[in-house]
Ligand binder design. Structure first.
Ligand code: PMH
Length: 375
């Protein structure tokens, strides 16, 4: 049974925007380059199952997540497309992946040895080999490590489907380090190909790489932030091949409106004091929803106009200075469009001195997600 939402606050996800971003990307990419939709962390806060389904409809051929749990959630929702878990999964859970036809990322000889310890398997585990070309996170890094790993591959127990790497600076103007990573990857890939003679599905690019170069990305791109209509960086936004359409908006309503005399204070810590008699609105959303205390000073949209958040953001509520009295129930937009005005995640992340990825991921499950699709 669908839970009833009593609270007047919700995240709206426009699935037609997700589809449009994928279609536009596919139109710019070299023919044959596939799109892997990255839906980890609950689809960057947007809802993994719904986004995954929309992405597949729009032409993505595979899905990628970080955790085995996330892959299983997609399978339980009836999604049959290939799913790659990009993070490290303990080899003791490899059989769960086999059972649900989930591809794991593998890059340690010791991992293979632990996996082989169970001889009793009917089916092979599908894997992608991760090469660390310079991100410094996970993956085979040295030639020696890689060669040792390759000697340990037992094709009776493994189906080596692909090879990939991840860039650390694909969103930056300077391409030196990107090029260095690409060179390292290419020489490591050569070594892989000398040992593994079967066809390999090779992928290297994230959104930044995909938005930056249409070709040279091998077989697929792993499209995350851009699919949600968000830019990987200001540099990529300035140099975009097409305009992305943001999918997420966060809307609520005024729950209380009052006139406060000059010199009165608002919220915890009494950090805001009215200069004159002011209309103050209360909004039933706070840091328990992911609208962090540092959002103080940002604007919301009411009646197509910007109104500042004043005083400390509380766990479930915050206050805004209004330009006049508004009825209780008036729509308030934290993220999204209202008339000609719009507040996007990039504005919020700049104020918070972080990235749009983080702000989207931190919107909590307490905010119900509603899905629109105009296609
Ligand atoms: N591939 C890997 C291995 C990733 O970790 C990510 C994003 C992507 C693809 C998609 O990148 P995009 O969203 O820029 O398109 N991973 C992360 C991360 O770990 N922290 O921020 C983004």
């Amino acid at each position: 049974m669908k839970p009833i939402n009593y609270r007047p606050a919700k995240i709206e996800i426009d699935l037609s925007a997700i589809k449009l971003n994928i279609k536009n990307l596919k139109a710019t990419l070299a023919k044959g380059t596939e799109v892997i939709a990255v839906v980890k962390a609950n689809g960057y806060g947007h809802g993994d199952v719904q986004v995954a389904k929309a992405a597949l409809e729009a032409g993505a051929t595979q899905l990628a997540v970080a955790l085995l749990e996330e892959a299983l959630k997609l399978r339980q929702a009836g999604i049959t497309a290939p799913i790659l878990v990009m993070g490290w999964v303990d080899p003791i859970f490899a059989d769960v992946a086999i059972e649900h036809e989930i591809t794991l990322t593998v890059f340690q000889s010791s991992w293979l040895e632990q996996y082989y310890a169970n001889f009793d398997r009917q089916k092979k585990l599908a894997i992608h080999i991760k090469l660390d070309s310079g991100m410094g996170r996970i993956g085979l890094r040295t030639e020696a490590e890689l060669k040792d790993f390759l000697t340990k591959i037992d094709h009776r127990q493994l189906n080596v489907q692909g090879v990939f790497t991840h860039f650390s600076t694909a969103d930056e103007p300077d391409t030196d380090y990107y090029q260095q990573q690409l060179n390292r990857f290419e020489s490591m890939l050569k070594i892989v190909r000398t040992v593994i003679k079967t066809e390999l599905f090779v992928h290297i690019g994230n959104s930044a790489a995909a938005l930056r170069q249409a070709s040279g990305l091998f077989d697929a791109v792993r499209f995350g932030i851009g699919m949600y209509g968000l830019y990987p960086s200001a540099y990529i936004e300035e140099n975009r091949p097409f305009k992305l359409k943001p999918a997420l908006s966060l809307k609520t309503q005024l729950s209380h409106v009052k006139k406060v005399e000059a010199g009165e204070v608002i919220s915890y810590g009494a950090t805001y004091q009215t200069n004159q008699a002011e209309w103050i609105g209360t909004i039933p959303v706070g840091y328990g929803d992911g609208v962090q205390r540092k959002w103080q000073g940002l604007d919301v949209l009411i009646d197509g106009k910007r109104m500042p958040i004043v005083g400390r953001v509380c766990m479930d509520q915050c206050m805004v200075r209004l330009d006049r009295a508004y009825p209780i129930g008036t729509e308030v937009t934290f993220i999204g469009q209202d008339g000609d005005e719009s507040i996007q995640l990039e504005e919020i992340s700049a104020h918070l001195e972080t990235i749009n990825y983080e702000v989207a991921c931190l919107l909590t499950d307490r905010l119900p997600r509603a899905y629109l699709d105009e296609t």
